[in-house]
Design a protein around this ligand. Structure first.
Ligand SMILES: *[C@@H]1O[C@H](CO)[C@@H](O)[C@H](O)[C@H]1NC(C)=O
Ligand SMILES: *[C@@H]1O[C@H](CO)[C@@H](O)[C@H](O)[C@H]1NC(C)=O
Ligand SMILES: *[C@@H]1O[C@H](CO)[C@@H](O)[C@H](O)[C@H]1NC(C)=O
Ligand SMILES: *[C@@H]1O[C@H](CO)[C@@H](O)[C@H](O)[C@H]1NC(C)=O
Ligand SMILES: *[C@@H]1O[C@H](CO)[C@@H](O)[C@H](O)[C@H]1NC(C)=O
Ligand SMILES: *[C@@H]1O[C@H](CO)[C@@H](O)[C@H](O)[C@H]1NC(C)=O
Ligand SMILES: *[C@@H]1O[C@H](CO)[C@@H](O)[C@H](O)[C@H]1NC(C)=O
Ligand SMILES: *[C@@H]1O[C@H](CO)[C@@H](O)[C@H](O)[C@H]1NC(C)=O
Ligand SMILES: *[C@@H]1O[C@H](CO)[C@@H](O)[C@H](O)[C@H]1NC(C)=O
Ligand SMILES: *[C@@H]1O[C@H](CO)[C@@H](O)[C@H](O)[C@H]1NC(C)=O
Ligand SMILES: *[C@@H]1O[C@H](CO)[C@@H](O)[C@H](O)[C@H]1NC(C)=O
Ligand SMILES: *[C@@H]1O[C@H](CO)[C@@H](O)[C@H](O)[C@H]1NC(C)=O
Length: 523
């Protein structure tokens, strides 16, 4: 009977001619715990080796290095540093002086990848854009366990496996063609995962997400390729060139044809001093779009309130190609008012109304309307202007005549001194007309019974309502006794005025003529 130990050697003897050979698979006296190692590159792992037979010594050999020989025990532990990609480790046992056998540890060193995604335009049409998305998995090992998955809006659309058995880290790419329609936004996710689940290891998924939009040349939003801006002299304005495109456009501005340094979609002008045309160009590699902004500068001078007529217009008004319809308006205080301004000029680039009320912006020709629902501004002097496309950017303006009127609140008659009248002497009557405008259009008429005895007009230039009065001097006569004096205030507003002349009449004043015979009593 051979001892157990001898039996084991006997079995081994058969297969081992060489001194350093693997023990038979079936009857290997060595067992490893764990039998297989999965470890991340750079980490250290521990493994135990146990022998089921007696021996002359057991030890570990890691790479080309052998470790301390254990003679007493049937068990030997070892740490293995996964510092390279083909680490080998085997547990060895000396059966006798000349024979040993070993068991190799299966080692898988892994490296979870980094993911870099990129996008390349293949073809763009106005309706859709074709892209090629690339997902680079950097430094991944072992490649055969790598799975790359593509998701479009969270839906799995493609999976890539890799057959290569390389153990060292490699870079791999996976490519996905994607077509995106204009206005659509697609989210593409590329996920890389080392599938080591069969080895009992769940590794985190590495991913990158790309939002993919169609590419298109810049477009103005809103789609206005001409803008008109009115600015006051030395004022501050901001010009906007809102254009959208993908890739985002770059902006260029010109001022009366000269290139400016500005490169954003807004242009700030801190002291605007001359009317000019600004042009903005928004471009990307797919195309460009242009917007013109006409800036009209107006002088902020105090307009004399007393001259609310065409005289206030600029001297060039004569040649100014503007037609005002009507050219004169007569408006009752608080009533609506409107005047059309049109131009026949073919080179007009914009026009507008400047006014304290009802002013308009700068608008495209050929017509612009000044409109006020309730005209209550006594000093309103609207002026219509036009900017012409000439080398010097000529501008001119015209003002309509605006007559704003108000009938008097009261028309009343009174005696300056108490009566009665004394035959042959002067008697003064006063007519008060309160709160009327414009006074220069006012005519006050005096009546004795049904006969006109006096008329008065006023030379005021105020356009605002005034209180005025008229005085009538009567040399009293006996037959005036009992006559009725009245005064009448009428606003003569011309051919454009109301059909019936607005007229207000006072209550009558009854003349009482005393007898001149009272004189002798006083002597
Ligand atoms: C070692 O074992 C082998 C095989 O069992 C045998 O052939 C050999 O003679 C032994 N050597 C010694 C010194 O025992
Ligand atoms: C290896 O043996 C040591 C000592 O008995 C033990 O603490 C350790 O858990 C063992 N390792 C494995 C992986 O079995
Ligand atoms: C193991 O190999 C390395 C180079 O590959 C060498 O530098 C080192 O000396 C070797 N160690 C032994 C114990 O042979
Ligand atoms: C793998 O091992 C071989 C032989 O030991 C060695 O020549 C080679 O450099 C090793 N490769 C790496 C990447 O460590
Ligand atoms: C990977 O291997 C499988 C089976 O061997 C084969 O069907 C498949 O085409 C291979 N894939 C690649 C990308 O080589
Ligand atoms: C993989 O890519 C990284 C980064 O680009 C580079 O540093 C590395 O050398 C590459 N590895 C291989 C195997 O090409
Ligand atoms: C223009 O001015 C506004 C505020 O006045 C400022 O927010 C904006 O950044 C300025 N734009 C440029 C291009 O300077
Ligand atoms: C406008 O301002 C610029 C710079 O301040 C000046 O050079 C130019 O003469 C001014 N133009 C007019 C018309 O005042
Ligand atoms: C102004 O023009 C519009 C049409 O453009 C017309 O309806 C309106 O009656 C005109 N108003 C005046 C005051 O001529
Ligand atoms: C202004 O006139 C020039 C030359 O006639 C022309 O090229 C340009 O388009 C005109 N601009 C506008 C806004 O009409
Ligand atoms: C004034 O009235 C008288 C009689 O009431 C009449 O005869 C006369 O024609 C009138 N005169 C005028 C100017 O209306
Ligand atoms: C004037 O008329 C009044 C009555 O209406 C009368 O009393 C008075 O005497 C008259 N005066 C003259 C001068 O006739």
């Amino acid at each position: 009977m051979l001892p157990l130990r001898m039996l084991g050697i006997g079995l081994l003897m058969f297969s081992l001619c060489d001194a350093d050979t693997a023990c038979s698979e079936k009857h290997n006296p060595l067992s490893l715990d764990p039998p297989e190692i999965i470890g991340e590159y750079g980490t250290e792992v521990l493994v135990n080796c146990t022998s089921t037979v007696l021996h002359d010594g057991m030890y570990w050999r890691v790479r080309n290095e052998s470790f301390v020989i254990e003679v007493q025990e049937n068990f030997i532990g070892q740490s293995v540093l996964l510092s390279d990609w083909n680490v080998t480790a085997e547990c060895k046992i000396k059966l006798n002086e000349s024979h040993e056998c070993s068991k190799e540890l299966e080692i898988t060193t892994y490296k979870n990848p980094e993911v870099l995604s990129s996008i390349k335009l293949v073809h763009a049409t106005p309706k859709e854009t074709q892209y090629e998305l690339k997902c680079d998995t950097i430094n991944v090992a072992p490649l055969q366990n790598l799975i790359v998955k593509w998701y479009k809006n969270d839906k799995l659309i493609k999976t890539n496996f890799f057959n290569d058995t390389t153990k060292t880290p490699v870079n791999e790419s996976s490519v996905l063609p994607v077509t995106v329609s204009r206005g659509e936004e697609v989210q593409i996710r590329c996920e890389a995962q080392l599938n080591l689940v069969p080895h009992g290891l769940q590794l985190p998924v590495v991913f990158q997400t790309l939002n993919v939009l169609a590419q298109y040349p810049p477009e103005l939003n809103p789609k206005k390729d001409i803008d008109y801006i009115v600015a006051s002299q030395d004022g501050e304005i901001t010009l906007e060139c809102k254009a959208e495109g993908n890739p985002p456009p770059v902006f260029h501005w010109t001022y009366n044809g000269m290139t400016m340094s500005e490169s954003s979609n807004t242009l700030n002008i801190t002291r605007v001093n001359a009317s000019a045309t600004y042009t903005c160009t928004a471009s990307n590699y797919l195309g460009k779009t242009t917007k013109q902004i006409f800036v009209r500068v107006i002088q902020r001078e105090a307009v004399p309130a007393a001259l609310p007529t065409a005289e206030a217009a600029t001297p060039e008004a004569e040649d100014c190609p503007l037609t005002l319809t009507p050219s004169e308006i007569v408006v009752r205080f608080g009533d609506p008012a409107s005047v059309n301004c049109s131009t026949s000029a073919t080179n007009a680039v914009g026009m507008g109304w400047e006014s304290s009320v009802g002013g308009t912006g700068f608008v495209p020709p050929p017509i612009v309307t000044w409109m006020v629902a309730k005209l209550e501004d006594w000093t309103a002097v609207p002026s219509c202007f036009v900017t012409l496309n000439t080398t010097d950017d000529k501008q001119c303006s015209k003002s309509p005549t605006v007559i704003l009127y108000k009938t008097p609140d009261t028309v009343s008659i009174s005696a300056v001194h108490p009566g009665p009248m004394v035959e042959g002497t002067d008697f003064h009557l006063k007519c008060d007309v309160n709160n009327v405008a414009p006074v220069q259009n006012l005519k006050v008429k005096w009546y004795r019974d049904n006969e006109t005895v006096s008329e008065q007009m006023f030379l005021h230039t105020n356009t605002t309502p005034q209180n005025v009065f008229s005085t009538l001097i009567i040399t009293a006569k006996r037959d005036y006794n009992g006559s009725l004096y009245r005064c009448e205030a009428a606003l003569h507003l011309g051919p454009n005025g109301p059909e019936f002349i607005p007229t207000e009449t006072s209550e009558p004043y009854t003349a009482i003529v005393g007898k001149s015979c009272s004189l002798p009593h006083m002597v």
